[in-house]
Design a protein around this ligand. Structure first.
Ligand code: 13P
Ligand code: SF4
Length: 318
């Protein structure tokens, strides 16, 4: 939480009220992912997983979208709203998974599998989306792949862990791009099982971006929104949460009497927190709205090509 003493002179003392005023002044909506710091989640108009955020961005009539998330998410909002101002509090907020799929290399990969269609996880750049046939998120990937004809060969990019999970769930033989998320590959199976021994009644809930060694112990696997819904509806009172721990803020708000234990990273570090997501702060969000920058911009051809597989996803998930 921001204390008065720590507020630089150029910033208002009450950032929450200042942001609320700017929302009205700009006709702006603040969209936030669950991995954002708690203050940002609390000021957001909508908090969700990647699918929910895309659906909200597609539906909003606000003139300005302030995206409290990472670059590929804000980019998706811009692709859906080419004529609106889309602000990202820190333009450096990238994604290791998106970075693990460079467009030039991916174009060669596509050429080597020219009879395959491309299903890409939304955690990729606009250039990769422009080369894809269907975009998916962790909450709809299985559903979307199940809608593709069994005769059709499929490349799944860029996350090898989600791809492996989707292949197992659908029985499809997917050709996987070997990308991954630094956060979801940091969890230690050994430390997680030690925690489970200390809390034998706890259930393990995990994001499908985690490695197979983690997922095989999970009582429930799902997107951030799916994990949140599961812990709310389950009769279990304790959970070991194997994803970025920002989601625990919402879990504790929704079911305050339950216990949520963040799964530990392998190393002695804070590296289960996404370093990209955590670049955004309440101060940067306020300054972005006040100065109407940094803004997301995209080349028109990329924007138009990337829109097609995103719209396909929105139609197929309805
Ligand atoms: P979801 O919010 O779709 O579960 O994705 C998690 C994630 O890693 C976002 O970067
Ligand atoms: Fe990317 Fe992983 Fe961070 Fe999500 S948690 S934004 S996939 S680096």
């Amino acid at each position: 939480m921001f204390t008065t003493a720590s507020v630089p002179a150029s910033l208002p003392k009450d950032l929450f009220s200042a942001i609320e005023n700017l929302k009205k002044e700009l006709n702006a909506i603040v969209l936030a992912h669950y991995y954002q710091e708690p203050d940002i989640q609390d000021i957001a108009d909508y908090i969700g997983d990647s699918l929910g955020l895309s659906q909200k961005a597609a539906a909003t009539d606000a003139e300005v979208i302030v995206f409290a998330g990472v670059h590929f998410m804000a980019e998706t909002a811009k692709i859906l709203n080419p004529n609106k101002l889309v602000l990202l509090p820190d333009l450096e907020a990238g994604c290791s998974l998106a970075d693990s799929c460079p467009p030039t290399e991916f174009a060669k990969f596509k050429t080597a599998h020219s009879d395959h269609i491309v299903v890409s996880y939304i955690n990729c750049t606009a250039e990769i989306k422009a080369m894809s046939d269907i975009i998916c998120t962790s909450s709809n990937a299985v559903k979307l792949v199940n809608q593709i004809s069994p005769e059709q060969s499929i490349i799944f990019a860029p996350d090898r862990n989600l791809g492996r999970y989707v292949a197992a769930q659908t029985g499809r033989d997917l050709v996987l791009w070997q990308g991954s998320c630094i956060v979801h590959e940091t969890f230690s199976e050994k430390k997680m099982l030690q925690l489970k021994m200390e809390h034998p009644n706890a259930e393990i809930v995990a994001h499908p971006e985690c490695e197979e060694a983690i997922l095989r112990h999970a009582n429930y696997i799902g997107s951030t929104t799916a994990l949140l819904k599961y812990v709310e509806s389950s009769e279990t009172e304790q959970f070991i949460v194997v994803t970025e721990p920002g989601i625990i803020h919402q879990m504790e708000k929704q079911v305050p009497h339950k216990l949520f234990i963040p799964a530990p990273p392998d190393a002695n570090c804070q590296c289960n927190e996404c370093p990209h997501m955590r670049l955004n702060t309440l101060e940067k969000l306020y300054l972005a709205m006040k100065n109407r920058t940094p803004e997301i911009t995209l080349p028109k051809d990329i924007q138009q090509q990337a829109l097609v597989p995103i719209q396909r996803m929105l139609t197929m998930s309805a």
